[in-house]
Design a protein around this ligand. Structure first.
Ligand SMILES: N[C@@H](CCC(=O)N[C@@H](CS)C(=O)NCC(=O)O)C(=O)O
Length: 211
């Protein structure tokens, strides 16, 4: 399998961590949605990563669709997504909130990175900031220990771990050291796992200053 995308994307990274967790071999093509626009858009008309090319050549886009495929391949006994019931709903909802938070972090970072301070909309900045902050507050409030769902590592941990490393990288002021004690502990716990270690952001995996 080939995973396309850079690890500074929380969406690409959560796919990589999941692949490593399931011990599924893959190679990575770290194409950039900025520097390699044509190549990425030839595969995904939305010009977004991650993209996973599976063994038969099929191309799957979107981290949720990719992880759903990987979960089916490993089967219920090994899947990071509980098979049914309230636990499945909780993990699903948590992943939706965590990836939604990452969407807002990407939007706010792009807004600030690609506009001059004069042309940034303060209203949009405030809206995105409140969406990020209130979602991190919700995650903190519902976070267990040592994992989000206490004793079981699930896809919620993979996804939140990647959301948090991305917030720290792009908008660290939203995740100060003296706030969110449970999320800081979860982030440290995740980053010590070999599957997270195997998906560290490379020094050259960056976003340009201009589109
Ligand atoms: N819902 C998608 C979101 C993917 C996404 O937003 N990827 C970003 C990288 S962090 C991207 O490719 N952005 C380029 C763009 O939308 O212009 C997923 O879960 O895969």
């Amino acid at each position: 399998m080939i995973l396309i995308g850079q690890y500074d994307s929380p969406f690409v990274r959560r796919v990589a961590v999941t692949l490593h967790h399931y011990h599924m071999p893959f190679t990575r093509n770290p194409l950039s949605v900025f520097g390699d626009k044509k190549e990425v858009q030839a595969i995904n008309p939305l010009l977004r990563v991650p993209i996973l090319i599976i063994e038969n050549g099929e191309q799957i886009v979107d981290s949720a669709a990719i992880i759903d495929h990987l979960d089916h391949v490993v089967g219920n006994a090994r899947s990071l997504m509980p098979a049914h019931g309230p636990e499945r709903r909780k993990v699903m909802q948590t992943c939706v909130l965590s990836t939604g938070c990452s969407d807002k972090v990407v939007s706010l970072f792009f807004e600030r990175n690609f506009h001059s301070p004069k042309s940034i909309s303060p209203e949009l900045d405030a809206r995105l900031s409140s969406q990020i902050k209130s979602t991190l507050d919700w995650l903190e409030q519902h976070c267990g220990t040592p994992w989000f769902n206490d004793h079981h590592m699930t896809q919620a941990d993979v996804t939140i771990g990647c959301t948090l490393s991305h917030v720290k990288l792009r908008l660290p002021e939203f995740f100060p050291a003296d706030a969110y004690p449970k999320l800081h502990a979860l982030s440290r716990h995740c980053e010590m796992m070999p599957e997270f270690d195997a998906a560290r952001i490379g020094a050259n995996e960056t976003v340009p200053k201009k589109l």
